[in-house]
Design a protein around this ligand. Structure first.
Ligand SMILES: Cc1ncc(COP(=O)(O)O)c(C=O)c1O
Length: 415
Protein backbone atom coordinates (compact mmCIF):
# COMPACT_ATOMS: atom_id res chain seq x y z
CA UNK A 1 0.00 0.00 0.00
CA UNK A 2 1.47 3.37 -0.99
CA UNK A 3 1.57 6.18 1.52
CA UNK A 4 -0.82 9.06 0.63
CA UNK A 5 0.90 12.32 -0.33
CA UNK A 6 1.01 14.77 2.57
CA UNK A 7 -1.62 17.51 2.30
CA UNK A 8 -0.93 20.99 3.64
CA UNK A 9 -3.09 21.79 6.64
CA UNK A 10 -6.07 24.05 5.91
CA UNK A 11 -8.91 25.09 8.21
CA UNK A 12 -12.45 24.28 7.04
CA UNK A 13 -13.70 26.30 4.07
CA UNK A 14 -16.51 27.73 6.17
CA UNK A 15 -13.94 29.28 8.52
CA UNK A 16 -11.63 30.43 5.74
CA UNK A 17 -14.48 32.36 4.13
CA UNK A 18 -15.03 34.42 7.26
CA UNK A 19 -13.07 37.51 8.17
CA UNK A 20 -12.01 38.09 11.78
CA UNK A 21 -14.60 38.67 14.48
CA UNK A 22 -15.21 42.42 14.75
CA UNK A 23 -14.70 42.74 18.50
CA UNK A 24 -11.60 40.56 18.45
CA UNK A 25 -10.17 43.03 15.92
CA UNK A 26 -11.08 45.96 18.16
CA UNK A 27 -9.19 44.35 21.03
CA UNK A 28 -6.16 43.91 18.77
CA UNK A 29 -6.23 47.65 17.98
CA UNK A 30 -6.20 48.50 21.67
CA UNK A 31 -3.27 46.14 22.26
CA UNK A 32 -1.35 47.67 19.34
CA UNK A 33 -1.73 51.17 20.82
CA UNK A 34 -0.77 49.97 24.28
CA UNK A 35 2.38 48.41 22.82
CA UNK A 36 3.32 51.94 21.59
CA UNK A 37 2.90 53.28 25.14
CA UNK A 38 -0.44 54.99 24.34
CA UNK A 39 -3.30 54.23 26.73
CA UNK A 40 -6.41 54.78 24.60
CA UNK A 41 -9.91 55.27 25.98
CA UNK A 42 -11.65 52.15 24.82
CA UNK A 43 -15.21 52.63 23.57
CA UNK A 44 -14.77 49.59 21.31
CA UNK A 45 -16.34 46.52 22.88
CA UNK A 46 -19.55 46.70 24.93
CA UNK A 47 -17.91 45.26 28.01
CA UNK A 48 -18.78 47.13 31.24
CA UNK A 49 -15.71 48.04 33.29
CA UNK A 50 -17.60 48.63 36.56
CA UNK A 51 -17.42 45.88 39.19
CA UNK A 52 -20.22 43.31 39.29
CA UNK A 53 -22.51 44.37 42.20
CA UNK A 54 -21.31 43.25 45.63
CA UNK A 55 -24.52 41.37 46.40
CA UNK A 56 -23.93 39.18 43.33
CA UNK A 57 -20.30 38.49 44.26
CA UNK A 58 -21.26 37.70 47.86
CA UNK A 59 -23.97 35.28 46.74
CA UNK A 60 -21.45 33.50 44.51
CA UNK A 61 -19.13 32.91 47.47
CA UNK A 62 -21.81 31.19 49.56
CA UNK A 63 -23.20 29.32 46.55
CA UNK A 64 -19.84 27.73 45.78
CA UNK A 65 -19.85 26.08 49.22
CA UNK A 66 -23.51 25.13 49.01
CA UNK A 67 -22.74 23.44 45.70
CA UNK A 68 -19.53 21.81 47.00
CA UNK A 69 -20.18 18.66 45.02
CA UNK A 70 -20.13 19.97 41.48
CA UNK A 71 -21.69 17.48 39.07
CA UNK A 72 -22.64 18.46 35.54
CA UNK A 73 -25.27 21.19 35.69
CA UNK A 74 -28.63 20.49 34.01
CA UNK A 75 -28.66 21.73 30.40
CA UNK A 76 -31.81 23.78 30.89
CA UNK A 77 -30.61 25.30 34.16
CA UNK A 78 -31.53 24.73 37.78
CA UNK A 79 -35.26 25.00 38.46
CA UNK A 80 -34.56 27.66 41.10
CA UNK A 81 -32.87 29.85 38.46
CA UNK A 82 -35.62 29.28 35.92
CA UNK A 83 -38.16 30.24 38.61
CA UNK A 84 -36.19 33.43 39.39
CA UNK A 85 -36.22 34.23 35.66
CA UNK A 86 -39.97 33.57 35.35
CA UNK A 87 -40.70 35.76 38.39
CA UNK A 88 -38.56 38.59 36.98
CA UNK A 89 -40.22 38.33 33.54
CA UNK A 90 -43.60 38.58 35.28
CA UNK A 91 -42.57 41.61 37.38
CA UNK A 92 -40.80 43.41 34.56
CA UNK A 93 -43.02 42.67 31.54
CA UNK A 94 -46.17 41.07 32.96
CA UNK A 95 -45.31 37.96 30.90
CA UNK A 96 -46.21 34.57 32.45
CA UNK A 97 -43.76 31.75 31.72
CA UNK A 98 -43.74 28.15 32.87
CA UNK A 99 -40.21 27.71 34.29
CA UNK A 100 -40.36 23.99 33.46
CA UNK A 101 -40.95 24.33 29.73
CA UNK A 102 -40.68 27.96 28.65
CA UNK A 103 -37.27 28.98 30.05
CA UNK A 104 -33.78 27.58 29.41
CA UNK A 105 -30.55 28.88 30.96
CA UNK A 106 -27.72 29.87 28.61
CA UNK A 107 -23.98 30.42 28.91
CA UNK A 108 -24.60 34.07 28.09
CA UNK A 109 -26.68 34.89 25.04
CA UNK A 110 -23.91 34.73 22.44
CA UNK A 111 -23.88 30.92 22.50
CA UNK A 112 -27.67 30.87 22.24
CA UNK A 113 -27.83 33.44 19.43
CA UNK A 114 -25.21 31.59 17.40
CA UNK A 115 -26.33 28.01 18.10
CA UNK A 116 -30.10 28.38 17.75
CA UNK A 117 -29.73 28.27 13.96
CA UNK A 118 -28.54 24.66 14.20
CA UNK A 119 -32.01 23.71 15.37
CA UNK A 120 -34.04 25.90 13.02
CA UNK A 121 -32.24 26.33 9.72
CA UNK A 122 -31.88 23.83 6.88
CA UNK A 123 -29.40 24.46 4.05
CA UNK A 124 -30.67 27.31 1.89
CA UNK A 125 -33.29 28.57 4.36
CA UNK A 126 -33.34 32.36 4.56
CA UNK A 127 -32.91 34.11 7.89
CA UNK A 128 -33.89 37.79 7.95
CA UNK A 129 -31.65 40.00 10.07
CA UNK A 130 -30.70 43.65 10.61
CA UNK A 131 -27.78 45.48 9.05
CA UNK A 132 -26.08 46.81 11.11
CA UNK A 133 -26.51 43.99 13.60
CA UNK A 134 -24.88 41.70 16.14
CA UNK A 135 -22.46 39.50 14.10
CA UNK A 136 -23.59 36.05 15.43
CA UNK A 137 -26.99 36.36 13.67
CA UNK A 138 -25.14 36.13 10.38
CA UNK A 139 -22.36 33.84 11.41
CA UNK A 140 -24.70 31.37 13.12
CA UNK A 141 -26.85 31.30 9.98
CA UNK A 142 -23.82 30.67 7.78
CA UNK A 143 -22.50 27.88 10.00
CA UNK A 144 -25.96 26.24 9.74
CA UNK A 145 -25.68 26.62 5.93
CA UNK A 146 -28.59 29.03 5.81
CA UNK A 147 -28.73 32.27 3.81
CA UNK A 148 -28.69 35.61 5.66
CA UNK A 149 -30.92 38.33 4.16
CA UNK A 150 -30.19 41.76 5.57
CA UNK A 151 -32.81 44.43 6.11
CA UNK A 152 -31.44 47.95 6.61
CA UNK A 153 -31.80 49.90 9.83
CA UNK A 154 -32.16 53.51 8.75
CA UNK A 155 -32.42 56.66 10.75
CA UNK A 156 -35.45 57.86 8.74
CA UNK A 157 -37.37 54.70 9.85
CA UNK A 158 -36.43 55.09 13.51
CA UNK A 159 -33.98 52.20 12.93
CA UNK A 160 -36.93 49.79 12.64
CA UNK A 161 -37.23 47.32 9.75
CA UNK A 162 -39.45 48.30 6.86
CA UNK A 163 -41.35 45.00 6.72
CA UNK A 164 -43.17 46.03 3.53
CA UNK A 165 -39.84 46.31 1.73
CA UNK A 166 -39.03 42.60 2.14
CA UNK A 167 -39.71 41.07 -1.29
CA UNK A 168 -42.51 38.49 -1.40
CA UNK A 169 -40.27 35.63 -2.61
CA UNK A 170 -37.76 36.33 0.18
CA UNK A 171 -40.53 36.52 2.80
CA UNK A 172 -41.90 33.16 1.66
CA UNK A 173 -38.51 31.44 1.81
CA UNK A 174 -37.57 32.92 5.18
CA UNK A 175 -37.66 30.63 8.19
CA UNK A 176 -36.95 33.19 10.88
CA UNK A 177 -36.43 36.90 11.52
CA UNK A 178 -34.01 38.43 14.01
CA UNK A 179 -34.98 41.64 15.76
CA UNK A 180 -33.02 43.40 18.48
CA UNK A 181 -34.69 46.10 20.60
CA UNK A 182 -33.44 48.05 22.45
CA UNK A 183 -31.12 48.01 19.47
CA UNK A 184 -27.40 47.50 19.27
CA UNK A 185 -25.78 49.46 17.72
CA UNK A 186 -28.30 52.24 17.01
CA UNK A 187 -29.81 52.65 20.51
CA UNK A 188 -33.36 52.66 19.08
CA UNK A 189 -36.34 51.37 21.07
CA UNK A 190 -39.31 49.48 19.58
CA UNK A 191 -42.81 50.02 20.94
CA UNK A 192 -45.56 47.39 21.27
CA UNK A 193 -47.13 48.60 18.06
CA UNK A 194 -44.01 47.54 16.12
CA UNK A 195 -44.14 44.03 17.61
CA UNK A 196 -47.84 43.79 16.68
CA UNK A 197 -46.98 44.54 13.04
CA UNK A 198 -44.05 42.14 13.18
CA UNK A 199 -46.10 39.23 14.53
CA UNK A 200 -48.86 39.85 11.97
CA UNK A 201 -46.22 39.47 9.26
CA UNK A 202 -44.60 36.49 11.01
CA UNK A 203 -47.95 34.67 11.21
CA UNK A 204 -48.57 35.29 7.53
CA UNK A 205 -45.24 33.79 6.45
CA UNK A 206 -44.78 31.30 9.34
CA UNK A 207 -41.57 33.00 10.47
CA UNK A 208 -40.04 32.23 13.83
CA UNK A 209 -39.40 35.53 15.63
CA UNK A 210 -35.98 35.56 17.30
CA UNK A 211 -35.95 38.56 19.61
CA UNK A 212 -32.57 39.57 21.04
CA UNK A 213 -33.43 41.47 24.23
CA UNK A 214 -29.97 41.77 25.78
CA UNK A 215 -30.44 45.52 26.41
CA UNK A 216 -34.00 45.84 27.79
CA UNK A 217 -32.73 47.24 31.09
CA UNK A 218 -30.57 50.07 29.73
CA UNK A 219 -33.00 52.78 28.63
CA UNK A 220 -33.37 56.56 28.81
CA UNK A 221 -36.99 56.78 27.62
CA UNK A 222 -39.83 57.94 29.93
CA UNK A 223 -40.93 54.32 30.43
CA UNK A 224 -39.19 50.95 30.20
CA UNK A 225 -39.11 49.31 26.74
CA UNK A 226 -41.41 46.32 26.10
CA UNK A 227 -40.54 42.70 25.32
CA UNK A 228 -41.73 40.99 22.15
CA UNK A 229 -43.27 38.38 24.45
CA UNK A 230 -45.78 40.94 25.75
CA UNK A 231 -47.36 40.79 22.32
CA UNK A 232 -46.99 37.10 21.46
CA UNK A 233 -45.36 34.01 22.88
CA UNK A 234 -46.29 31.58 20.14
CA UNK A 235 -43.59 31.37 17.48
CA UNK A 236 -41.24 33.61 19.48
CA UNK A 237 -37.97 32.91 21.26
CA UNK A 238 -36.50 35.79 23.27
CA UNK A 239 -32.82 35.98 24.26
CA UNK A 240 -31.88 37.64 27.54
CA UNK A 241 -28.53 38.24 29.19
CA UNK A 242 -27.24 39.14 32.63
CA UNK A 243 -24.15 40.69 30.98
CA UNK A 244 -25.24 44.30 30.62
CA UNK A 245 -28.08 44.50 33.16
CA UNK A 246 -25.84 43.49 36.02
CA UNK A 247 -22.30 44.00 34.61
CA UNK A 248 -21.78 40.22 34.45
CA UNK A 249 -20.19 39.78 31.01
CA UNK A 250 -17.45 37.51 32.39
CA UNK A 251 -19.89 35.29 34.29
CA UNK A 252 -21.48 33.94 31.10
CA UNK A 253 -25.11 33.60 32.07
CA UNK A 254 -28.43 34.42 30.44
CA UNK A 255 -31.56 32.64 29.29
CA UNK A 256 -33.90 32.03 26.38
CA UNK A 257 -37.64 31.97 26.90
CA UNK A 258 -40.92 31.96 25.02
CA UNK A 259 -42.74 29.35 22.96
CA UNK A 260 -42.24 25.93 24.65
CA UNK A 261 -41.62 24.16 21.33
CA UNK A 262 -38.81 26.59 20.45
CA UNK A 263 -37.32 26.34 23.94
CA UNK A 264 -37.34 22.53 23.45
CA UNK A 265 -35.53 22.91 20.10
CA UNK A 266 -32.92 25.14 21.70
CA UNK A 267 -32.48 22.72 24.62
CA UNK A 268 -31.93 19.81 22.22
CA UNK A 269 -29.30 21.80 20.29
CA UNK A 270 -27.65 22.67 23.58
CA UNK A 271 -27.47 19.04 24.76
CA UNK A 272 -25.43 18.32 21.64
CA UNK A 273 -23.13 21.34 21.66
CA UNK A 274 -22.25 22.39 25.18
CA UNK A 275 -23.16 21.99 28.84
CA UNK A 276 -25.23 23.77 31.45
CA UNK A 277 -24.29 27.03 33.16
CA UNK A 278 -22.40 26.36 36.44
CA UNK A 279 -25.03 26.16 39.19
CA UNK A 280 -23.28 28.62 41.54
CA UNK A 281 -23.28 31.18 38.71
CA UNK A 282 -27.02 30.61 38.29
CA UNK A 283 -27.48 31.19 42.04
CA UNK A 284 -25.61 34.49 41.79
CA UNK A 285 -27.68 35.45 38.72
CA UNK A 286 -30.88 34.70 40.66
CA UNK A 287 -29.68 37.08 43.39
CA UNK A 288 -28.95 39.74 40.75
CA UNK A 289 -32.47 39.37 39.33
CA UNK A 290 -33.86 40.01 42.81
CA UNK A 291 -32.29 43.48 42.96
CA UNK A 292 -33.17 46.52 40.85
CA UNK A 293 -31.20 49.15 42.79
CA UNK A 294 -27.92 48.44 41.02
CA UNK A 295 -29.68 48.40 37.64
CA UNK A 296 -31.12 51.88 38.25
CA UNK A 297 -27.66 53.13 39.24
CA UNK A 298 -26.01 51.64 36.12
CA UNK A 299 -28.71 53.15 33.92
CA UNK A 300 -28.13 56.60 35.43
CA UNK A 301 -24.38 56.33 34.86
CA UNK A 302 -24.86 55.32 31.22
CA UNK A 303 -27.18 58.30 30.79
CA UNK A 304 -24.51 60.65 32.12
CA UNK A 305 -21.83 59.18 29.87
CA UNK A 306 -24.16 59.36 26.89
CA UNK A 307 -24.81 63.05 27.55
CA UNK A 308 -21.10 63.86 28.03
CA UNK A 309 -20.01 62.08 24.84
CA UNK A 310 -22.91 63.52 22.80
CA UNK A 311 -21.91 67.02 23.94
CA UNK A 312 -18.25 66.44 22.95
CA UNK A 313 -19.22 65.13 19.51
CA UNK A 314 -21.57 68.09 18.96
CA UNK A 315 -18.80 70.49 19.89
CA UNK A 316 -16.68 68.77 17.25
CA UNK A 317 -19.37 69.78 14.74
CA UNK A 318 -20.90 66.32 14.23
CA UNK A 319 -24.54 65.50 13.63
CA UNK A 320 -25.43 63.61 16.82
CA UNK A 321 -28.51 61.52 17.64
CA UNK A 322 -28.63 60.75 21.36
CA UNK A 323 -29.53 57.06 21.78
CA UNK A 324 -32.82 56.24 23.55
CA UNK A 325 -31.39 53.07 25.06
CA UNK A 326 -28.42 50.66 25.31
CA UNK A 327 -24.82 51.48 26.09
CA UNK A 328 -24.07 52.48 22.51
CA UNK A 329 -23.86 55.68 20.54
CA UNK A 330 -24.21 55.23 16.77
CA UNK A 331 -22.40 58.15 15.22
CA UNK A 332 -22.24 59.33 11.63
CA UNK A 333 -18.70 60.10 10.52
CA UNK A 334 -17.77 63.62 9.41
CA UNK A 335 -18.80 64.18 5.80
CA UNK A 336 -16.39 62.45 3.43
CA UNK A 337 -15.07 59.84 5.87
CA UNK A 338 -15.96 56.15 6.01
CA UNK A 339 -16.52 54.58 9.41
CA UNK A 340 -13.15 52.86 9.11
CA UNK A 341 -11.42 56.17 8.34
CA UNK A 342 -13.25 57.94 11.14
CA UNK A 343 -12.27 55.20 13.62
CA UNK A 344 -8.65 55.56 12.44
CA UNK A 345 -8.85 59.34 12.95
CA UNK A 346 -10.13 58.84 16.49
CA UNK A 347 -7.15 56.58 17.16
CA UNK A 348 -4.64 59.33 16.41
CA UNK A 349 -2.52 59.93 19.53
CA UNK A 350 -3.98 63.35 20.45
CA UNK A 351 -7.50 61.84 20.54
CA UNK A 352 -6.63 58.17 21.39
CA UNK A 353 -10.23 56.93 21.37
CA UNK A 354 -11.21 53.44 20.24
CA UNK A 355 -14.57 53.03 18.48
CA UNK A 356 -15.88 50.23 16.26
CA UNK A 357 -16.27 51.08 12.56
CA UNK A 358 -19.89 50.67 11.43
CA UNK A 359 -18.68 48.69 8.40
CA UNK A 360 -17.56 45.93 10.79
CA UNK A 361 -21.08 45.58 12.17
CA UNK A 362 -23.00 45.74 8.92
CA UNK A 363 -23.47 44.11 5.53
CA UNK A 364 -24.70 45.38 2.20
CA UNK A 365 -28.47 45.14 1.75
CA UNK A 366 -30.56 44.28 -1.33
CA UNK A 367 -29.94 47.60 -3.14
CA UNK A 368 -26.16 47.24 -2.68
CA UNK A 369 -25.85 50.02 -0.10
CA UNK A 370 -24.34 49.41 3.31
CA UNK A 371 -26.37 51.05 6.10
CA UNK A 372 -23.45 50.86 8.54
CA UNK A 373 -20.96 52.57 6.24
CA UNK A 374 -19.89 56.01 7.38
CA UNK A 375 -20.67 55.31 11.05
CA UNK A 376 -18.84 54.28 14.18
CA UNK A 377 -20.19 52.74 17.37
CA UNK A 378 -19.09 54.01 20.75
CA UNK A 379 -19.71 51.65 23.69
CA UNK A 380 -20.17 53.78 26.81
CA UNK A 381 -18.03 51.58 29.01
CA UNK A 382 -15.05 53.73 30.08
CA UNK A 383 -15.49 55.45 33.48
CA UNK A 384 -17.25 58.82 33.75
CA UNK A 385 -13.88 60.49 34.25
CA UNK A 386 -12.34 58.84 31.17
CA UNK A 387 -15.46 59.57 29.12
CA UNK A 388 -15.26 63.24 30.10
CA UNK A 389 -11.57 63.46 29.16
CA UNK A 390 -12.14 61.62 25.86
CA UNK A 391 -15.10 63.90 24.98
CA UNK A 392 -12.88 66.92 25.60
CA UNK A 393 -10.14 65.52 23.33
CA UNK A 394 -12.72 64.80 20.61
CA UNK A 395 -14.19 68.32 20.90
CA UNK A 396 -10.75 69.95 20.77
CA UNK A 397 -8.90 67.88 18.19
CA UNK A 398 -11.59 66.54 15.87
CA UNK A 399 -13.12 69.88 15.04
CA UNK A 400 -10.18 70.62 12.73
CA UNK A 401 -12.22 69.12 9.89
CA UNK A 402 -11.94 65.92 7.91
CA UNK A 403 -9.35 65.40 5.18
CA UNK A 404 -11.07 65.03 1.82
CA UNK A 405 -11.76 61.41 1.10
CA UNK A 406 -14.37 59.11 -0.34
CA UNK A 407 -17.06 57.57 1.91
CA UNK A 408 -16.77 53.83 1.23
CA UNK A 409 -20.01 51.95 0.88
CA UNK A 410 -18.89 48.35 1.06
CA UNK A 411 -17.80 46.09 3.85
CA UNK A 412 -14.71 44.90 1.98
CA UNK A 413 -12.48 46.30 4.67
CA UNK A 414 -14.24 44.22 7.35
CA UNK A 415 -11.76 42.36 9.56
C1 LIG B 1 -27.04 42.70 20.61
C2 LIG B 1 -26.35 41.72 21.51
N1 LIG B 1 -26.92 40.54 21.76
C3 LIG B 1 -26.33 39.63 22.53
C4 LIG B 1 -25.11 39.88 23.13
C5 LIG B 1 -24.46 38.77 23.93
O1 LIG B 1 -24.23 39.03 25.24
P1 LIG B 1 -23.73 37.89 26.19
O2 LIG B 1 -23.23 36.74 25.38
O3 LIG B 1 -22.66 38.50 27.01
O4 LIG B 1 -24.92 37.47 27.01
C6 LIG B 1 -24.47 41.09 22.91
C7 LIG B 1 -23.15 41.37 23.50
O5 LIG B 1 -22.55 42.36 23.34
C8 LIG B 1 -25.11 42.04 22.07
O6 LIG B 1 -24.55 43.22 21.81
Amino acid sequence: MSTPAPRPFAPAQRLQKLGGYAFDEVQKRVQALEAQGIQPTDFGVGDPTVPTPRLVRERLKTAVDERASSGYPAYEGDLSYRRAVAEWMKRRFGVSLDPATEVCATIGSKEAVFNVHEGLVDPGDIVLMPSPGYPPYKRGTLFAEGTPWFYPLKRENGFLPDLDAIPEDVARRAKAIWVCYPNSPTGAVAEREFYERLFARARRYSWVVLSDEAYTEIWFTPSAPPSALQVQKEGCLAFFSMSKRSAMTGWRVGWVCGDAKLVAVFRKVKTNIDSGTPTFIQDAASAALGDETHVTAFREEYRQKRDILCAGLKRAGLDVVAPASTLYLWQRAPEGLSGIEFAARLLEPQIAVVATPGEWLSDPVADGSNPGAGHVRFALVPSLEHTRAAAERIATHLSGGAPPSRRTGTSDARP
